[in-house]
Design a protein around this ligand. Structure first.
Ligand code: CAA
Length: 261
């Protein structure tokens, strides 16, 4: 994989149309400091507007994906400081990324780490992955979407138990509960994730963007509004060259050449 750029805390590499972001604060288990989160969000935003990039991967180390928000940076904060920090805004920017995001999770994905994985559209987990929202154990609650996304991902009863007790759950449970897409041996995590990312990256980019938007709407809208939203996006794609190319290629029995137009 070609190394494109690196800061100390975040490594960014590119393989064709896929950009891979590696959280790199191993001494504090990839705790998501403001600066690490800002670097990640900025990199993802840049790639979101780069036509050469079609899918982004977020990963951590073998032992840890991310152990949550940086407790060191928060421990003595006041309400006013928390309110004035733009932490929430960073998470909202993450939510606005229009290209598919895939989390490749090995080891701990706790607190903000679990929330970061759930912000992604697909999650590939290593057999060693451990998820959880342990904020209750340090006197708070999840603050980056955990109380909203975990119930949507694994159901209210399980999410309530995990959030009220701070208990962790492993990759097999996450798969059984429908939170992750697949579980793979640790040594295959990156290869399997990249294969999935490259497969997504081969599809028509505007259709991929519309598909992501429509599926995310399914979680927010009632069925009639969702179906109407889907139909509009479906019709809109008939204004793209890729729709013409995709359907013509099918009829001519050849592979399509999608250009994102
Ligand atoms: N923030 C800051 N530092 C952290 C950290 C975090 N979230 N998690 C771990 N570290 C640091 C530890 O303080 C320790 O530093 P020192 O070596 O200087 O003592 C180092 O990383 C290694 O950690 P441990 O010695 O604890 O490693 P372990 O293998 O024994 O345990 C662990 C691993 C179970 C993940 C444990 O570190 C842990 O429970 N971490 C905190 C998890 C947590 O509570 N996350 C939620 C944070 S709040 C949040 O995320 C809010 C939100 O919704 C956005």
């Amino acid at each position: 994989m070609a190394k494109d750029s690196a800061t100390q805390e975040l490594l960014v590499q590119r393989e064709g149309p896929v950009a891979v972001h590696t959280l790199n604060r191993p001494k504090v288990l990839n705790a998501l400091s403001d600066s690490l989160l800002e670097s990640l969000v900025c990199a993802l935003e840049q790639q979101d507007s780069d036509p050469e990039i079609r899918c982004m991967v977020v990963t951590g180390g073998e032992k840890v994906f991310a152990a949550g928000a940086d407790i060191q940076g928060m421990a003595e904060a006041s309400v006013a400081q928390m309110l004035c920090s733009d932490r929430l805004a960073k998470w909202q920017r993450l939510q606005k990324i229009s290209k598919p995001l895939i989390a490749a999770v090995s080891g701990y994905a706790l607190g903000g780490g679990c929330e970061l994985a759930m912000c992604c559209d697909l999650i590939v987990a290593s057999e060693s992955a451990v998820f959880g929202q342990p904020e209750i154990l340090i006197g708070v609650i999840p603050g980056a979407g955990g109380t909203q996304r975990l119930p949507r991902a694994i159901g209210k009863a399980r999410a309530m138990e995990m959030i009220l007790t701070g208990r962790r759950f492993d990759a097999r449970k996450a798969l059984e509960w429908g939170m992750v897409n697949r579980v793979v041996p640790p040594e295959l995590l990156l290869a399997e994730t990249m294969a999935l990312a490259q497969e997504v990256a081969r599809q028509a980019p505007l259709a991929v963007r519309a598909a992501k938007e429509a599926v995310l709407k399914a979680l927010d809208l009632d069925i009639d509004s969702g179906l109407s939203y889907e139909r509009k996006l479906f019709y809109l794609l008939f204004g793209t060259e890729d729709q013409k190319e995709g359907m013509r290629a099918f009829l001519e029995k050849r592979p399509p050449r999608f250009q994102g137009k």
